[in-house]
Write a new protein. Structure first.
Length: 143
């Protein structure tokens, strides 16, 4: 049975918002990219909820000898620069769940082994070419 959440307005009216499935994986992927706070992070540390920075969508994952392992839907970093890997799947097919867990473990193992800090930075900068990239650290004299 689908659940609901309710919004209580200042005037005392209660609005029911019933749970409905997403029309497509692409819609949820776009929403996550645009609104990273959809990722829940307050269970990790309620006193300091996670804040997310989208590094890249469709982050390629390589393996041994450059083998292509596929693409991760989203790579986020939190405020402590801890990577968060997000793969979006529709829930209709319950048989695929084990396969998805295996896919995520494979992505995590190979991402840690083959993504360099420079590659992650480069992907973020390419995604945000029109806006300022990572803060530049000046070297040499201080003014």
């Amino acid at each position: 049975m689908p659940g609901s959440i309710f919004v209580l307005h200042d005037d005392g009216t209660l609005i029911e918002m019933p749970e409905t499935p997403y029309d497509s994986e692409a819609l949820l992927q776009r929403l996550l990219a645009d609104y990273s706070n959809l990722l829940v992070g307050d269970q990790i540390d309620p006193a300091q909820p996670r804040r997310w920075l989208l590094v890249s969508r469709e982050m390629r994952v390589s393996g041994d000898q450059g083998a292509d392992r596929g693409s991760l839907d989203h790579l986020f970093l939190d405020q402590d620069a801890i990577p968060t890997l997000v793969e979006v799947k529709r829930s209709e097919n319950s048989q695929i769940r084990r396969e998805v867990v295996g896919q995520m473990l494979d992505y995590a193992a190979n991402g840690v082994a083959f993504w360099s800090v420079e590659e992650i930075r480069s992907r973020y900068e390419r995604k945000n070419q029109s806006s300022p990239a990572w803060p530049k650290r000046s070297r040499g004299s201080h003014t």
